[in-house]
Write a protein that binds this ligand. Structure first.
Ligand SMILES: NC(=O)c1ccc[n+]([C@@H]2O[C@H](COP(=O)([O-])OP(=O)(O)OC[C@H]3O[C@@H](n4cnc5c(N)ncnc54)[C@H](OP(=O)(O)O)[C@@H]3O)[C@@H](O)[C@H]2O)c1
Length: 394
C-alpha cells in the first residue's frame, strides 16, 4: 500500500489534503500532530471533509489514517515517533500564518521545514511536496514566475519572507520536490463550505461581522480598490494537489491560482456586502489606505479598516501570476475558478451561519427599506459621493 505523510492535518490545508487523498487514492496516511490531541479530534474533521466531497465514509478510511503524536519542539521526538512509519512521500502543509509573530514564523515555516527535509533525506523519502504561497515573491514588478524568487525590494509581511526562505531550502534538497503555491484559499465553489481559520478573506468577513453588525449606518466607507483578488476554492486546491502528484515532474514550482480574468474585483466583493447585507444610503470606496478619511470615519468602520487593511492591500496589489503550471495540470474546464458568483456562494453561507449577521438583518430590515427607497430617489449616487471629495466612485 502507498504511504503518504501529511503535515499540518490539524489545520485547514492539511485536512483538505488528507481528505482528497482518502477520496482519490488507496494511500495510508501518516499524520504527525504536535501536542497530544485525542485521535478523534484530528480524525473527525478530515472525515467530515471527506463526506463533503460526496464520499461515503467507512471504517476503511479510518484505518487508513495513522495519527502520530509527538512532543513539539524536539526534532528527535518527531523522528522517533515517525520511525515505525517510513513514507516515501511527504506533503508538507504545516505552516504559520501569524504575520506578527516573527519568531514563530521563522521557527515553523523555515526551521520546521529544514528539520522535515533532514528527516526525509535520512529516511529515503522519494518525493517532498511543499505547500507555499502565491505571494512568496514579495512585491515585485511584472509577473510572478514559477521559479525560485530573488529577494524583492519589499515584502508584504515577514510571512512571505519566511515562505520564500522555506522554498529555497526545499529546492536545494537532493529530494525530488514540488513547490505548490496556492493564492488565498476560500470555501467550496458550489456549497461555500469553509472550515479554515479566519485568514485571508475570512479575516475581513469576520471583522465585518464583529464590527459592522451592531447598528445600521447610512454611510459606509471601505478600502475597496478596483483590482482583482486571486482566490482559490478549497475544492480547486484539492483537485490541483491530486493532479500535481500525477502530472508534475520533480523540481516543478506551480502558482496554484484561479484564472485571473474570472476573479472578482475587491470593489465587487464590497458590493456584495453593501447590496446583500448592509444596504447603506451611501457607500464610499477608496483605492488606497492613505485615502481613507480616518479622522472622520465612524469608529467601528475605522477599527475594521485598521484590522483588514494589510490583507486588503496585499490582495489588491497588481499580482500577475505565471500560470503555465496550472495548464500542465490539465484540469481544463473542470477546474472551479473563483468568480464573483462562486465567492457570493461562500459569503452567503458565511452570512446565513452567523447569528450576529442574521440578527442584524432581522433588526434593520426597516432601515434597509428606507435606504432602498432613498437610493431610488437619488438620481445619481456616484455624483453625490464625488461631491463629498475623497471617495472614488464604484
Ligand atoms: N489558508 C490559506 O489561504 C493558505 C493559502 C496559501 C498558502 N497557505 C499555506 O498553507 C499552510 C497551511 O495553512 P492553513 O490555512 O492550513 O493553516 P492552519 O489552519 O493554521 O494550520 C496550520 C497547521 O500547521 C501546524 N503547525 C503550525 N506550527 C507548527 C510547528 N511549529 N510545528 C508543527 N506543526 C505546526 C498546525 O498545527 P497545530 O494545530 O498543532 O497548531 C496546523 O496543523 C501554510 O504553510 C500556509 O503558508 C495557506
Amino acid at each position: 500500500m502507498e504511504r503518504v505523510l501529511v503535515t499540518g492535518v490539524s489545520g485547514y490545508l492539511g485536512k483538505l489534503a488528507a481528505a482528497a487523498l482518502l477520496a482519490q487514492t488507496d494511500a495510508e496516511l501518516i499524520l504527525p500532530v504536535r501536542r497530544l490531541p485525542l485521535a478523534r479530534d484530528v480524525e473527525h474533521p478530515v472525515l467530515e471533509e471527506l463526506a463533503a466531497l460526496g464520499v461515503r465514509v467507512s471504517d476503511e478510511h479510518r484505518r487508513r489514517m495513522v495519527i502520530v503524536p509527538y512532543a513539539p519542539d524536539s526534532h528527535a521526538a518527531l523522528s522517533e515517533a515517525l520511525a515505525p512509519y517510513p513514507a516515501p512521500e511527504i506533503i508538507h502543509c504545516a505552516g504559520c500564518l501569524d504575520y506578527f509573530n516573527e519568531n514563530e514564523l521563522w521557527a515553523t515555516n523555515v526551521e520546521f521545514t529544514r528539520q522535515l527535509l533532514e528527516l526525509a533525506e535520512r529516511t529515503a523519502v522519494r518525493r517532498f511536496i511543499y505547500i507555499s504561497t502565491a505571494y512568496s515573491s514579495g512585491y515585485i514588478e511584472g509577473s510572478v514566475p514559477e521559479a525560485l524568487h530573488t529577494e524583492p525590494e519589499r515584502d508584504p509581511t515577514i510571512y512571505t519572507r519566511t515562505k520564500r526562505a522555506a522554498e529555497n531550502l526545499v529546492a536545494a534538497s537532493p529530494l525530488a520536490t514540488l513547490i505548490l503555491r496556492p493564492s488565498i484559499v476560500i470555501g467550496h465553489s458550489r456549497t461555500g463550505r469553509y472550515t479554515g481559520k479566519q485568514y485571508g478573506l475570512y479575516q475581513l468577513w469576520s471583522g465585518i461581522e464583529r464590527l459592522l453588525s451592531s447598528t445600521w449606518e447610512p454611510d459606509l466607507h471601505a478600502l475597496a480598490p478596483t483590482s482583482r483578488v486571486n482566490l482559490l476554492h478549497q475544492d480547486a486546491f484539492q483537485r490541483a494537489l491530486l493532479a500535481a502528484r500525477e502530472k508534475l515532474p520533480a523540481g516543478a514550482i506551480v502558482n496554484l491560482v484561479s484564472n485571473p480574468k474570472t476573479c472578482p474585483l475587491m470593489r465587487e466583493l464590497w458590493d456584495l456586502w453593501m447590496d446583500r447585507v448592509f444596504r447603506p444610503e451611501r457607500r464610499y470606496y477608496y483605492e488606497a489606505a492613505d485615502d481613507l478619511p480616518v479622522s472622520t470615519m465612524p469608529r467601528r468602520q475605522r477599527a475594521l479598516m485598521a484590522l483588514a487593511s494589510v490583507n486588503i492591500e496585499i490582495a489588491a496589489h497588481d499580482w500577475r501570476f505565471e500560470t503555465r503550471g496550472m495548464a500542465r495540470l490539465g484540469l481544463g474546464t473542470s477546474f472551479p475558478d473563483a468568480t464573483l458568483d462562486s465567492v457570493a456562494t461562500c459569503q452567503d453561507l458565511f452570512v446565513s451561519s452567523s447569528d450576529k449577521l442574521q440578527a442584524y438583518l432581522r433588526k434593520f430590515s426597516r432601515s434597509h427599506a428606507a435606504a432602498t427607497a432613498a437610493a431610488g430617489a437619488m438620481s445619481c449616487p456616484e455624483i453625490s459621493m464625488a461631491s463629498l471629495g475623497s471617495a472614488t466612485t464604484p
